[in-house]
Design a protein. Structure first.
Length: 76
């Protein structure tokens, strides 16, 4: 099992030097949950869920993003 929480904060210089759009979010917060399952030495399953929320942008706010990954791996 895994869990992660991250925060991305964009420096103000990115906006003043026109490296980012003026209305872009200045912060993104993300959490991730995952599960790994090894039913035998040759098979792996990975399931990962992630949600990212954007903050401090020009209204209307950018909607949150959700993603789910499912991965199967076979070793032979």
């Amino acid at each position: 099992m895994l869990a992660r929480y991250t925060i991305l904060t964009v420096d103000e210089d990115a906006f003043t030097q026109a490296l980012a759009a003026a209305g872009a979010s200045r912060e993104a917060r993300s959490w991730t949950l995952g599960l790994n399952w090894y039913p035998n030495p040759w098979i792996k399953w990975y399931v990962t869920l992630e949600r990212t929320v954007f903050e401090d942008g020009v209204p209307p706010a950018r909607p949150a993003e959700n993603i789910a990954f499912l991965r199967f791996q076979l070793g032979f």
